[in-house]
Design a protein around this ligand. Structure first.
Ligand SMILES: Cc1cc2nc3c(=O)[nH]c(=O)nc-3n(C[C@H](O)[C@H](O)[C@H](O)COP(=O)(O)OP(=O)(O)OC[C@H]3O[C@@H](n4cnc5c(N)ncnc54)[C@H](O)[C@@H]3O)c2cc1C
Length: 432
């Protein structure tokens, strides 16, 4: 009987199936280095039929598949640890602008920055913004429901998606659309694929909304020792806030910036009317904080530096937690976190507006008890173990232990069983 690699080579040829060590190492894993890559081959489909064919082969010849995009994921979801075949979206890279609707229709392997640039060329904006968009793909963004600094105004990736084409594990190719604002025709099944992390199907094509560029934009830096000043009323009542980014003083030091205060909050305001910005700044002036209005060059520099923080922390081999707590509890959570933090090398940055704090443990000695303590604290505040990076292989032992996730875990497991009974796709993600 032929082995899997020979079978794939027979079916797709050497251009599309790679087995040399350089390919296996490069495409076998995502950004998370906690799992060693061990794929048997890397497959580069050029259309949906290729993917349907490999799903069929995997079911009949009993081998496993892992979906892979730009490999910037932080939880091993795109890592093949047990001789799986990686399906890379790299050659699925067609993109086009739809002028009537100002939408983008693209294949899954299109790099996020390429899609953003296309929107900008047409005077529009695709608000998927974070440090890894030069390498992440739109397919990966959908599969992780990625969100970044602009979540507070524009939401996560799923808010921009109006259509998906997906190859299911049973080889069927389906198209799901959302053409109307109101739709009571049963559940929105596109939801099954947002944050599905390569377990429910291989996403091949995405229809994306874009947004008008705001007429006015300002960035302000607040510094304070007391996060209480940014109460829920300030955050929630300010529709013109498009980003509200927190950096603790350790992150500021990492950027070689002086910080006299424990917390620095970088705020971006966008509006079509300049007065709206002026009145919010007047409100901000009443807060007990140092306020520093940034000019265009300073703002560009600061935002650029802000995006460098997760990369610099990766270089320091930080263990990254991307937890989320209800916005109303964020300040209390941060206060209790500071108690855990004493004498430990923990760097915090995050998105104040949505309760998402990235906690980075840099100290290499004995991290696990601290990690457990932070997860326990997150549970106490009814939080989530992942605001944006997902569960993957890395956090699967953690998340179902959170009280709010027990039933979701059970339901997801039965949905997975019905859609992928042989557990062909992403078999190590979410579940043991
Ligand atoms: C420095 C840094 C900063 C980051 N900051 C953020 C941030 O602020 N916000 C945020 O949300 N994320 C962030 N991330 C995480 C990551 O960039 C996102 O999760 C991104 O959406 C992953 O896209 P990708 O194409 O790289 O996916 P990959 O890493 O290739 O895959 C991620 C998951 O999606 C699945 N997948 C990929 N493509 C497909 C497909 N076509 N069909 C089905 N499943 C698929 C994979 O199986 C895997 O489970 C950051 C990562 C880094 C390295």
């Amino acid at each position: 009987m032929k082995n899997i690699v020979d079978l794939l080579l027979d079916n797709f040829g050497q251009d599309r199936v790679k087995t040399t060590p350089d390919f296996l190492e490069k495409y076998g894993r995502d950004w998370y280095e906690g799992f060693d890559p061990n794929p048997s081959a890397i497959f580069f489909p050029t259309n949906e039929l290729d993917i349907a064919e490999i799903m069929h082969l995997a079911a009949s010849d009993n081998f496993k598949l892992v979906a892979s995009g730009g490999r910037t994921g932080l939880n091993g979801g795109a890592t093949a640890t047990e001789k799986e075949v990686i399906i890379s979206s790299e050659k699925l890279n067609k993109i086009k602008w739809l002028p009537e609707t100002s939408q983008i229709l693209c294949q899954a392997g299109v790099t996020t920055d390429v899609a953003k640039k296309l929107a900008e060329e047409h005077g529009r904006h695709l608000p998927i913004e974070f440090s890894s968009t030069s390498a992440s793909t739109i397919g990966g963004n959908v599969a992780t429901n990625a969100a970044g600094a602009k979540f507070i105004k524009y939401g996560a990736t799923k808010q921009h998606v109006k259509g998906l084409k997906v190859v299911l594990p049973n080889s069927e190719i389906i198209e799901l659309t959302k053409n109307v604002e109101k739709d009571a025709s049963g559940p929105n099944l596109m939801e099954l694929f947002f944050g599905s992390e390569g377990t429910m199907g291989f996403i091949t094509e995405i229809l994306l909304d874009t947004y008008p560029l705001p007429k006015f934009k300002e960035s302000v830096l607040f510094s304070t020792n007391n996060l209480d000043v940014f109460d829920e009323a300030f955050i929630k009542n300010s529709e013109i806030i498009s980003a509200l980014e927190l950096l603790d003083n350790k992150c500021m030091n990492l950027l070689a910036k002086d910080s006299k205060h424990n917390f620095n909050v970088l705020l971006e305001l966008v509006a079509d009317n300049e007065n709206d910005i002026a009145s919010l700044l007047a409100k901000a002036a009443e807060l007990q904080v140092d306020v520093n209005l940034l000019n265009t060059r300073q703002a560009q520099e600061f935002w650029h530096d802000r995006e460098k923080v997760p990369v610099l922390l990766s270089e320091k081999k930080a263990y990254k937690l991307d937890i989320c707590v209800p916005v109303s509890s964020l300040v209390s959570f941060m206060n209790e976190l500071q108690e855990i933090e004493t004498n430990k090398d923990i760097f915090c940055f995050g998105h104040l507006g949505d309760g998402n704090i990235h906690v980075n443990l840099v100290d290499s000695s004995n991290k696990m008890p601290v990690i457990d303590e932070i997860y326990e604290l997150t549970k106490k505040f009814n939080g989530s173990p992942s605001a944006e990076h997902g569960i993957g292989i890395r956090k699967k032992h953690v998340w179902h232990d959170f009280s709010g996730y027990k039933d979701k875990y059970k339901l997801l497991k039965s949905l997975k069983k019905s859609m992928d009974p042989d557990n062909i796709l992403g078999s190590k993600v979410f579940f043991d």
